[in-house]
Design a protein around this ligand. Structure first.
Ligand SMILES: [Zn+2]
Length: 132
């Protein structure tokens, strides 16, 4: 779409943006964050990047949905800087909801895995007891 060598830049988002018509649940449904490519001088090639229309920044690190969500929800510690732009509250609330939902589902997955591991270990323990 555009790269560092051209002046071609998407129109920045403004605070006059209407609130999201339908609350989306996937960050890629939002027009304010877009998957694109940028020319990388080191690699002499185009690399996948994200473009944030709020802060008008190119975000390196590929088309990573978790990073996109963390950036928009302004959360630190996700290997991407939080969005420095002033985001209207309707959007900020949505980004925060999406981010929290992802964290909750991650926690649930971890719990499920831990439970499975415990069950497997019990089977092994029982087997060992039977053998002895
Ligand atoms: Zn941003």
């Amino acid at each position: 779409m555009f790269d560092d060598r051209t002046d071609e830049r998407p129109e920045p988002a403004t605070l006059n943006d209407p609130a999201p018509a339908e609350p989306w649940t996937k960050i890629w449904d939002d027009v304010h964050i877009q998957k694109t490519t940028a020319y990388c001088e080191k690699a002499h090639a185009h690399r996948p990047v994200l473009f944030c229309f709020w802060c008008r920044s190119i975000l390196k690190g590929g088309h990573n949905i978790s990073k996109a969500e963390a950036h928009l929800a302004k959360k630190k510690g996700n290997d991407i800087r939080p969005c420095p732009a002033l985001i209207p509250s309707d959007y900020a609330r949505l980004y925060s909801q999406i981010y929290k939902a992802k964290q909750a589902s991650k926690a649930a997955t971890t719990t499920r895995r831990a439970r499975k591991r415990r069950a497997e270990q019990e089977l092994i323990d029982n087997h060992n007891l039977a053998v002895v």
